[in-house]
Design a protein around this ligand. Sequence first.
Ligand SMILES: Nc1ncnc2c1ncn2[C@@H]1O[C@H](COP(=O)(O)OP(=O)(O)OP(=O)(O)O)[C@@H](O)[C@H]1O
Ligand SMILES: [Mg+2]
Length: 405
Amino acid sequence: MHLGRAQTADNKTHVVVVTADAGFEQSIRSTFSASQQIDMHVLSADLAAVEDKVDPEGATVILIDLNTGRAEEMQALERLMLRIGNWPPVIVVAQSFDAQAARTLLQMRVADFLVKPVPPIELVRTCARVVKPVATDQAEAEIYTFLPAVGGAGVTTLAIQTALLLLNSGQKRRASTCLVDLNFQHGACADYLDLEPRLDLSEIEPRPERLDRQLLEVMTTVHASGLAVVAAPNRPAEMRSFDPDVVTRLLDLVSSNFDNVVIDMPRTWFSWTDSVLLGSNRLFIVSEMTVPSLKHTKQLVAAIRERMPEGPQPQVIVNRFEERLFVPGVKKADIEQALGKDFTAAIPNFYRLVREAIDRGVPLEEIKPGNKITRELKKLIMPQPAKAAAKAAAESKPLNFSLAR
Ligand SMILES: Nc1ncnc2c1ncn2[C@@H]1O[C@H](COP(=O)(O)OP(=O)(O)OP(=O)(O)O)[C@@H](O)[C@H]1O
Ligand SMILES: [Mg+2]
């Protein structure tokens, strides 16, 4: 697990600086050399030229002087942000920002950005602020797994919308979120989001240990919202399973680089299914309002409990929920009776809205703010405020940015 830390082993603050501006470099050097506690490593070039030399390992904060008007500089930053994951924080300094550049930087999860000329005290304050660990940096990734009880129940739809909600749930900054499509045979996440799937499992399989942060970055696609998506191209005619080690390695790596991980699971039980479920923090079983699907759901919940008594509690979501009075069919009371306390949420049937979201590859919230589907999903995933505050208080630690004191 890659933990966010304000302090490094030698108790120093390590600042990595990328700048091609000699004047700016000089001003930073004189600002930071005032403290013995600060160790600085400067790469005197444009980011695109030294991107590979930026080493996040052991760095407390990375400061990048960027020409936001140049596409190759923005692309180099995007790749770097993916490689870095959620720690250390990155601050961008630029001559100017337009609204579009600022938005793009936010989506890349840059911790802060400053416009030149930057007064030294402002720079130090910003560094001190961004290296303060936020609650989520200290915790392991929260893993949300969606498992179908029947085909076509809406697993992919709900997994995507949950991931988009989690992405925007961070209080101080965006919570980094990755959607992983483990439905290798009929994956639809990339299509629903209109992205190119880049995960190539056959390249990883011969040597799973090769899969590192850099390779993961190559195999990840970033949606316009900032959501990272790990999905493989569909191979409809291929009947094969992958070594459990490959899947476990992939998930370990993803969870050490993101705050939230959302998994779209296939209906078939593979050799790696147990370990994915056991590693999940929340396990949602997606079902429908028909007698057979409720029956399947009951069987599936019982089987999961039996296989993994120590695993996460399966929580059933009944999707496309609709209750019509005086019309025969399954009613809410029937679901409650069939599933008891395992019945966790009913997501309303809203086909027009869901279809438009899928066709345009956008969040439901963007099409209809405050819609009932998002509201129900929010209730399901958002922590209670009191609990979250207590967790944050317990995890906040003093920082070592001596100049700021
Ligand atoms: N709450 C909802 N209201 C209306 N339609 C929905 C809802 N959720 C999903 N759908 C529709 O149901 C269909 C199936 O959804 P989706 O592809 O998400 O299911 P799935 O469980 O992932 O299917 P598969 O078994 O093929 O992987 C889609 O056409 C989607 O638009
Ligand atoms: Mg699906």
